[in-house]
Write a protein that binds this ligand. Structure first.
Ligand code: MV4
Length: 411
């Protein structure tokens, strides 16, 4: 067991890791930027080190400052949380060379799954269903047209270095595809410094269903069931629930086995997530893997029917803050009354996780918790979440990744 770990992150996830460490009797070191002197993770950790000024590149992404902080405080390990350095294979490697444990997967697994075209090829070779398309990256517009002929239109081009929805282009015929190929490459180069793209058949109105997996260093790998993540806006998840209304026990078992197969293909250890697209005929396809702990992991921790919530960007002082509590209600947040949310970082203020004996009970607790949530001084998405929970389609579990389009104007 580690004696002391450094948390290379901020916000609610840093607090979540600190409480896990308290439970395990492990000492903690917080790092922080000059913009985060008043942040709760700094107060709650046993030790703290300022690693730089507010820009993330100078602080939460500053590898040499973070490694120095770990060395000065004699931390045995670093937990990266999510975002920041959590999927940086180079960081994982440096820590290995400095004899500090990176709490996450191997650099090799991060690299293989970080290259989305390579990930697709790797898991397909292991027998995991992938969307019909190009086996690897596409090297010319003619190649793209060739692959599209086989897969059938519409098709989607995705950046190999992308993920999470950035750098995608849909094409419905050959002419569109020739154009899309050129723009997708230019955009990918601009966004990721890598112009490589790959092609998939475009699945209309899919659900996004992902599996939480965990692997240890003795060859054990388990999945912990699924999260339904179809309620998204601009590729930001708004509501996640488990179990998914689209899965029965047989499909859950089949998708769970496929998730394990994908993870085994890269000898995966630690926490990870396998994302699938589920089409309207109940067929599922590997989409990508996230080689980190995810924002929405509490949904799996509570595992029945829960909804975490993310809030829109609205920096400023929180003048009143009273989170709801009670049976089946959990709030993971680093906010407090009087706290000034810095404008420099991710806009998520907190997560509301509700559970119940069934979906209806979880939803009614969710609505009640939203009613009782007092947060003043900043804008939040609480009203939007209430409206989603009150939608007939949501109540009946009729979800797809196009669900949020009905709120396009208001949101
Ligand atoms: C797709 C797709 C349809 N067909 N791939 C968006 C996030 C990124 N990880 C991949 N995404 C999609 N890939 C094929 N072959 C539709 C989406 C998509 C989507 C996926 C999950 C959740 C919300 C979404 C919203 C728009 C598009």
């Amino acid at each position: 067991m580690f004696k002391k770990i450094l948390i290379a992150n901020r916000g609610e996830i840093a607090l979540r890791i600190i409480s896990a460490c308290r439970e395990l009797g492990v000492k903690t070191v917080a790092i922080y930027s000059e913009a985060d002197r008043d942040a709760l993770h700094v107060r709650y950790a046993d030790e703290d080190v300022c690693v730089g000024p507010y820009p993330s590149s100078a602080s939460y992404l500053n590898i040499s400052a973070i490694v120095s902080a770990a060395e000065i405080t004699e931390a045995d390990a670093i937990h990266p949380g999510y975002g920041f350095l959590s999927e940086n294979a180079y960081f994982a490697e440096i820590l290995h060379d400095c004899h500090i444990t990176f709490i996450g997967p191997s650099p090799d697994a991060i690299r293989k799954m970080g290259d989305k075209a390579l990930a697709r090829r790797t898991v397909a070779a292991a027998g995991v269903p992938t969307v019909p398309g190009s086996p690897g990256s596409v090297d010319s517009a003619d190649d793209a047209i060739g692959f599209a002929k086989k897969a059938g239109y519409p098709v989607i081009l995705k950046a190999s270095a992308g993920g999470g929805g950035r750098g995608m282009r849909v094409a419905r015929d050959e002419r569109e595809l020739a154009n899309a190929y050129e723009t997708a490459r230019v955009e990918a180069e601009k966004a990721f410094g890598n112009s490589e793209v790959y092609l998939e058949k475009y699945i209309e109105e899919p659900r996004h269903v992902e599996f939480q997996i965990f692997g240890d260093h003795h060859g054990h790998l388990r999945h912990l069931g699924e999260r339904e993540c179809s309620i998204q806006r601009r590729h930001q998840k708004l509501i996640e629930e488990s179990p998914s209304t689209a899965l029965d026990e047989a499909l859950r078992c089949e998708m769970g086995e496929a998730a394990l197969k994908a993870a085994r293909a890269v000898h995966y250890t630690n926490a990870g997530t396998i994302e699938f697209l589920l089409d309207t005929d109940g067929r599922f396809y590997f989409m990508e893997m996230n080689t980190r702990l995810q924002v929405e992991h509490p949904v799996t921790e509570e595992i029945n029917a829960e909804d975490p919530f993310t809030f829109a960007p609205s920096p400023g002082r929180i003048t009143a803050f009273h989170p709801p509590g009670g049976l089946g209600v959990r709030v993971d947040t680093a906010a407090y009354q009087g706290y000034v949310i810095p404008p420099h970082y991710d806009s998520m203020v907190g997560k509301l996780i509700v559970s119940g004996r069934n979906r209806a009970e979880a939803m009614s607790r969710g609505l009640r918790a939203l009613d009782l949530f007092v947060i003043e001084g900043i804008k939040t998405t609480i009203p939007l979440h209430r409206r989603i929970l009150e939608e007939e389609d949501f109540k009946h579990g009729r979800l797809s990744t196009r669900f949020m389009e009905r709120f396009a104007k208001a949101s």
